[in-house]
Every structure is written in structure tokens, then in C-alpha cells.
Design a protein around this ligand. Structure first.
Ligand code: GLN
Length: 317
């Protein structure tokens, strides 16, 4: 306890605003580089030359730089919110239907599913997120509204939307997701109709949030499962630990080893160019820049997280 508090105090003695400014200028050469996700056609229209970063501490301070208030499509970052809801609903029974190991494959890969008989490797690859979406659909009437209110409460922003255009654009081109979901269903690991699962999944990915929303929205995972602003317990301390562990090992897909090596924090990325990272007992942060590397993680975002842990000395290791 003393150790945790002192880590937090030591962090607050640093000039966080100045650190964010320094990071923004250091990563500037990478902003606009990489490739904006274009397999979801509407995301291809997002201008690449943007960068924002926000930090939310467990005691309620928020620091931001650049385009930190610009809302964007959070895509796979939403998988952390739905995992939280699914675990709250069914507890450890979830692990009979989805694994907890890194996949070492792309987020939308089909190759492991057949060998592993429709049990996806982890909840953060697309196949795993479909199973989680299926659980949420079964357990919560009006699942979409429940997800929206869960996210809005975590972020203290009642205006967070799901962008129907993004959901529709992904639906029109979601051939791989449709293949994955049908394949899982053939093994009996989806209960709801494939169309209903995919519709929910596309809408969770279409949540639009800013870095400030996301940093605030992830504080419950930094704060041992409790919301900072309301003091409300969202999940147990143990569950927060487990979700953070999954983010560390699986949150950036087949780049998770590299992120653990360079950043040393639980991280979750999305193909909208957003990334969220958690420093347990200290803060949550989010970074956004739409240009992606070949593994689907934000190029400037990854560099910014790397610099943040180097400059502050914060990491779980
Ligand atoms: N909606 C995207 C997809 O299913 C999410 C992927 C991601 O952000 N990595 O392909």
C-alpha cells in the first residue's frame, strides 16, 4: 500500500503537462506516417495528420495534449468494456468458451479456430470478441444501451455515441468477421444468431470517444476496480488485475511481446488509431494517431507510450 502510494506521489511530483508536450513534439515526425485502416471504408477518410494524448490519474487529475478532445472510432478498444460486462455477468464460466493465451496471429486471423475447435485464443482477437459479444447479448436485455451507459458512466460523458455510419461501413465489408462468427457458431460456441452477434460487435467497435474520454474511462482498471469520480466499485480488485493481465499479454495482438518489452504496461489498441494503457494504482492514459503499423497498432501512439514510460519511469516491471 505504502509502495503504491509513493509511486503515485512520485509521479505527481513530475510536471506531467510538460512530459506530454515533450512526447508530442518527439513523436511528431511519425504523425501522418503508417497507414490509416482502409478495410473499413469510412475509416479511410480520417485525416492521418492528428495526434492526441491524455492522462487521467486515480485521484481525478486529467492532463492532455494535441487532439486529445477529438472523438474517434475506438474499434477494438471496446473489447475491454465488453469483456468487463461479460465477466460481471457470467464470471469464470466465460473461460470455458474463450481462452487466455496470446494468439501470435493477426487480430482477424482464422487459422487457430479450426484446430482449437471454435474456442478463440483470447477475448481480444476478433473471434474472442464475438464470443464475448454473444455472452453480453444473452445476459443483458438491450445490450447495446447497457454498453453505452456503461461506457458513458466510466468516462463521465453522457454524450458518447455509437457512430451508425461506421457500424454500417464495417457491416458492408465485414467478410472476415462474418466468416469467423459463422465458423465459431458451427462449433456451437455462439448461442445467438450470427447476424445479431455481428451487429452488436460492429456497434461496440463504432463507439466514438476522445483520448480524454478513454483515459477517464479506463481509470477503473488503474484504480483496483473502482471508479475515481463516483467512488463506485465497478469490478473487484482481482478482476481488474486479470483484465490488466490480458491487456498486457493479448491487447496488441501479435505485437504484445514487443509492447511488453518496450512499454511494459497493459495496453489495448484499435484500428481507429487509438491505444489505451494502464499504470496500476497510478493512472490510465490514451493516445491517438490514425496511421497504423503493419500489425494494426498506431505508429505514433506506440512511440508515445514508449516515451511516456521511459520519461516517467512508470511500468509494471
Ligand atoms: N472492427 C475491427 C474489426 O473487426 C476491429 C479491429 C481492431 O480494432 N483491431 O476488424
Amino acid at each position: 500500500m505504502t509502495l503504491c502510494n509513493s509511486t503515485h506521489e512520485t509521479f505527481l511530483q513530475q510536471d506531467v503537462a510538460a512530459i506530454l508536450e515533450q512526447i508530442a513534439s518527439e513523436v511528431q515526425p511519425l504523425v501522418g506516417k503508417g497507414k490509416v485502416a482502409d478495410y473499413i471504408p469510412i475509416l479511410a477518410q480520417v485525416p492521418a495528420e492528428q495526434f492526441g494524448m491524455a492522462v487521467a490519474t486515480i485521484d481525478g487529475r486529467v492532463y492532455a495534449v494535441g487532439d486529445a478532445n477529438q472523438a474517434f472510432s475506438i474499434q477494438s478498444i471496446s473489447k475491454v468494456f465488453t469483456l468487463t460486462m461479460a465477466l460481471e455477468a457470467v464470471g469464470d464460466a466465460l473461460w470455458k468458451r474463450v481462452g487466455r493465451e496470446p494468439s501470435g496471429n493477426a487480430f482477424n486471423s482464422l487459422v487457430q479456430l479450426e484446430r482449437e475447435r471454435g474456442i478463440p485464443r483470447n477475448p481480444f482477437i476478433n473471434a474472442g470478441a464475438h464470443v464475448v459479444a454473444d455472452v453480453v447479448l444473452s445476459q443483458y436485455p438491450n445490450a447495446r444501451e447497457r454498453l453505452l451507459s456503461f461506457v458513458r458512466e466510466r468516462a463521465s460523458n453522457p454524450d458518447i455515441p455509437m457512430d451508425p455510419e461506421v457500424a454500417r461501413s464495417e457491416h458492408e465489408t465485414g467478410f472476415r468477421n462474418a466468416a469467423l462468427a459463422n465458423f465459431i457458431r458451427s462449433f456451437g460456441n455462439l448461442v445467438n444468431p450470427v447476424d445479431a452477434v455481428l451487429d452488436f460487435y460492429y456497434h461496440q467497435c463504432a463507439l466514438r470517444m476522445s483520448c480524454v474520454d478513454l483515459a477517464r474511462g479506463f481509470v477503473y482498471l488503474a484504480n483496483r476496480g473502482s471508479c475515481q469520480h463516483s467512488g463506485e466499485r465497478v469490478i473487484s480488485q482481482e478482476r481488474a488485475k486479470r483484465i490488466n493481465a490480458l491487456m498486457l499479454t493479448c491487447g496488441t495482438y501479435d505485437a504484445a511481446g514487443d509492447f511488453a518489452f518496450h512499454v511494459g504496461l497493459p495496453v489495448k489498441s484499435g484500428v481507429g488509431g487509438g491505444m489505451v494503457a494502464v499504470v496500476p494504482n497510478v493512472l490510465a492514459m490514451a493516445v491517438w494517431s490514425p496511421g497504423l503499423d503493419e500489425k494494426g497498432n498506431s505508429l505514433a501512439g506506440a512511440a508515445a507510450l514508449d516515451r511516456f514510460t521511459a520519461l516517467t519511469g512508470l511500468s509494471v516491471f
